[in-house]
Ligand binder design. Structure first.
Ligand SMILES: Cc1cc2nc3c(=O)[nH]c(=O)nc-3n(C[C@H](O)[C@H](O)[C@H](O)COP(=O)(O)OP(=O)(O)OC[C@H]3O[C@@H](n4cnc5c(N)ncnc54)[C@H](O)[C@@H]3O)c2cc1C
Length: 407
């Protein structure tokens, strides 16, 4: 077994393979030289200094030795010779395989001006360390892109005493993933926490007298000491370009992670997991690429089982579970959160949005309400109705009100 990529998808696949009893050799390659680490803390407690590099380590030589996994760091795959069943690396090394797992993930998308001094993207531990050095109290930072990572960067910057401005070309930046009503709630919430420029893009960034000049699409200009960019990713698929693996918005896979060729047939013994992959999601009737940690973990379990028991490969039904820590609040979501039919129950600083399709609960977003998140996830999994969850949320809100002094 060769696994290309030793981040969460690759590491969890290797661990799951051993847990499932896979007895063959496992070689796991990664282009980075750093020991594998988890990425979610890079924009959260690692950036604020509440966690150290040791706290976010995902896998080390000790565990590699214990599980008999040959971990090769600083080794970049440059091509896949499927005929010879070999991964070819930049160093000239060749890794023959009987099974291959593609877990090469993604990298931050970089606009043309991203190479300027003072402009950063965030995908690696080194990026996080460089950004942390720039978060000097009293300095200014412009954050381009108000998705989850952009908002977390704004939150960390503000916590460090930095004056942050969060910029996004969309008036309601999260509407695309949460629908317009919930997107608007979060946009208002962000406006209450940090300076925002929503509905205007950044057309250019240029150096100006020791700082950076950010030009907005409406012609206005901002000055910032640092510019942080969170505008999505590009997939690490260049090494697959000359292979028969079908690339279509990711490595196209069936519902158990088997990579497909251009005719839609599984390529024997080749799987893909994590951000780089685009699996068929039976509940949606479409291939979906998901850029979230929990999804990578779920997929790695499915692929490990499919490798060990090819005949028993089961279709995976993703939970689409995600979390984000911002401005002292925890946002959690799961299921299908673009359904138009949504009911929001607000209880002070905590709230829940419950999405329904034909009366059934299909998606949930919570802010500071983990208990409801868990209840809703169970309801989604069991095909329960949205109305029951709305009643539960209202009952919890009333219970909390009654418990407050004077309530
Ligand atoms: C700052 C940040 C915060 C995040 N926060 C959250 C969060 O709060 N919640 C959440 O659900 N998700 C979050 N995510 C997303 C989550 O971290 C990703 O979904 C997850 O890292 C995907 O894992 P992966 O293994 O598929 O890919 P990646 O983590 O992208 O790893 C791919 C690995 O492959 C290696 N590689 C690439 N090309 C090659 C090659 N040619 N040869 C060898 N190795 C190669 C890379 O070096 C890398 O180590 C966050 C991501 C970032 C960057």
């Amino acid at each position: 077994m060769v696994i290309v990529g030793a981040s969460v998808a690759g590491v969890r696949t290797a661990q799951a393979l051993r847990a499932e009893g896979y007895a063959g050799t496992i070689t796991m390659l990664d282009a980075e030289s750093a020991e594998p680490y988890d990425k979610p803390p890079l924009s959260k407690n690692l950036l604020t200094g509440a966690a150290s590099a040791d706290d976010v380590r995902l896998f080390g030589e000790g565990e590699a030795h214990e599980l008999e996994i040959d971990l090769r760091l600083g080794v970049r795959a440059v091509s896949l010779d499927l005929g010879a069943r070999t991964v070819v690396c930049e160093s000239g090394e060749r890794f023959p395989f009987s099974q291959l797992v593609i877990a090469s993930g993604a990298r931050a998308r970089r606009p043309a001006w991203a190479s300027l001094t003072g402009v950063f993207t965030l995908r690696s531990m080194a990026d996080a360390a460089a950004i942390r050095e720039r978060l000097v109290p009293g300095s200014t930072v412009a954050i381009v892109g108000a998705g989850f990572i952009g908002a977390e960067l704004a939150s960390a910057a503000q916590a460090a005493g930095v004056q942050a401005t969060l910029i996004d070309p969309l008036a309601t930046p999260l509407a695309r993933i949460l629908g317009s009503e919930v997107g608007a709630l979060l946009a208002d919430w962000h406006r209450s926490k940090v300076a925002t420029e929503f509905g205007v893009g950044v057309t250019d960034v240029s150096p100006e007298a020791g700082s950076l000049r950010v030009t907005l699409s409406d012609g206005r200009r901002l000055n910032a000491d640092t510019v942080l960019v969170g505008i999505g990713v590009e997939l690490n698929v260049e090494w697959l370009l000359d292979s028969p693996i079908h690339l279509d918005g990711g490595v196209l896979c069936d519902a158990s992670g088997r990579a497909l060729d251009a005719w839609g047939d599984p390529v024997p013994d080749v799987f893909a997991v994590g951000d780089v992959s685009r699996w068929f999601a039976p509940g949606r009737g479409a291939h979906v690429r998901v850029e979230h940690w929990t999804n990578a973990v779920e997929q790695s379990q499915v692929v490990a089982r499919a490798v060990v028991d090819p005949g028993g490969a089961a279709a995976h039904h993703p939970s689409f579970a995600v979390w984000s820590d911002q401005f002292g609040s925890k946002i959690q979501m799961s299921g299908y959160t673009q359904a138009e039919d949504v009911v929001v129950v607000i209880d002070g600083e905590r709230w829940v949005a419950l999405y329904a399709d034909g009366g059934s609960l299909v998606g949930v977003v919570t802010v500071n309400w983990p208990r409801l998140q868990m209840l809703a996830r169970r309801t989604i999994a069991s095909g329960g109705t949205r109305d029951v969850m709305v009643e539960q949320a209202q009952a919890l809100r009333e219970h909390a009100a009654a418990a407050r002094p004077g309530g």
